[in-house]
Design a protein around this ligand. Structure first.
Ligand code: SF4
Ligand code: SF4
Length: 339
């Protein structure tokens, strides 16, 4: 497809759902409902601070209303959506969340929004902190309805589902199904350039074993002294999915109210605080170990794939340089980063 057709094509997908994607709000690029396709087009290759998980696993929402007779689930946030601009790491992130939140018992809110969403993936401009080549998540073969590769002069479009075919049928005059040798050469060149543009890399293959062998390492106390327990790493990570719930009671009737759900982080000091005042992970080092054990070992053991999709956000946003790269390097070498 030629880039000049993109805006009209995206407008034509309206019948499949409300258009969502990376838009600028208050000078920040974020996933949100788009006012129109033109708002999305300039941002499709760029990375947002908060990943696309926010569209499926919202930061805060009402789960249900309750009274003395029982409860009524609130699914008002679920809508049919066309979510555009998801990069390979974002789609891998959603596939990871599917394994976690889709496991029995499935999370009905997340799963309903997933079922009601069409995914239009997009190739990215490799960012400085990208680790997706190292985590084998720089390309994607599943988890999308359409996937656009921005080769430059044209978009190479992969179709991943029957809905993807239906979307293309809406504007089939924009698409050419005859792929030439020149097109393939352009794609091969694009991949070569892209592969050469990664600035950071690490071999994560041994990390499950290294996590086992370094449980008592001094490295943990070094990072624990620096960590400020802000939880930023969890908020920006596409595979973090912990949440808390609180009940809001009606001031006129103590049996009536609603339950709210909001993102939480195992990096917060009170995350493992239980009745009676005992805290299973009161020490920052224990919380860091939990977070990184999940990413680098436990997810892989349970689901066959690591919990890190290499998006680089923890590298970018932790205020004290604690991230999947600094932790993995320090645990592997036994040396902490130089100041
Ligand atoms: S590791 Fe960094 S981002 Fe995460 S809680 Fe600690 S200081 Fe905050
Ligand atoms: S651990 Fe860091 S690099 Fe890996 S997916 Fe989470 S935020 Fe991205």
């Amino acid at each position: 497809m030629q880039p000049k057709f993109l805006e009209v094509f995206l407008e034509s997908t309206e019948k499949f759902g409300t258009l969502y994607g990376p838009v600028v709000r208050n000078d920040i690029l974020t996933y949100d409902k788009a006012q129109n396709a033109a708002e999305l087009v300039p941002n499709l290759c760029e990375k947002t601070m908060i990943p696309a998980k926010k569209l499926f696993h919202p930061m805060r929402f009402d789960m249900f209303k309750f009274d003395e007779n029982g409860f009524v689930p609130d699914y008002s946030m679920i809508e049919r959506r066309v979510v555009v601009g998801l990069h390979p790491c974002e789609i891998h992130g959603l596939l990871t969340l599917d394994r976690v939140l889709g496991s029995a018992p499935p999370d009905p809110y997340y799963m309903e929004q997933r079922k009601n969403s069409v995914i239009v993936g997009w190739s990215c401009a490799v960012c400085n902190n990208a680790l997706c080549k190292s985590t084998n998540t720089d390309m994607i073969q599943e988890g999308f309805d359409l996937f656009f590769v921005d080769v430059g002069e044209f978009y190479l479009v992969w179709i991943g589902s029957s809905i993807g075919y239906d979307m293309i049928h809406e504007k089939e005059e924009f698409f050419d199904d005859k792929v030439t040798h020149e097109d393939l050469d352009a794609y091969t060149e694009w991949r070569k350039k892209r592969n050469a543009s990664f600035l950071k890399s690490f071999n994560f293959d041994n990390m499950p074993d290294i996590m086992d062998m370094t449980f008592a390492s001094e490295v943990w106390s070094y990072f624990a002294d620096k960590c400020i327990s802000c939880g930023q790493c969890s908020m920006v990570c596409p595979t973090c999915n912990c949440y808390n719930v609180t009940d809001q009671f009606d001031v006129t009737n103590a049996l009536k109210g609603k339950r709210e759900r909001m993102w939480d982080s195992c990096m917060f000091a009170d995350y493992s605080l239980v009745a009676g005042g005992h805290n299973f992970r009161g020490a920052r080092a224990d919380r860091l170990k939990l977070w990184y054990t999940h990413k680098l070992k436990a997810y892989g053991g349970e689901f066959g794939k690591p919990g890190c999709v290499g998006c680089g956000r923890c590298v970018e946003y932790c205020p004290v340089d604690i991230n999947v790269l600094t932790i993995s390097e320090a645990l592997t070498t036994g040396e902490v980063p130089k100041q």
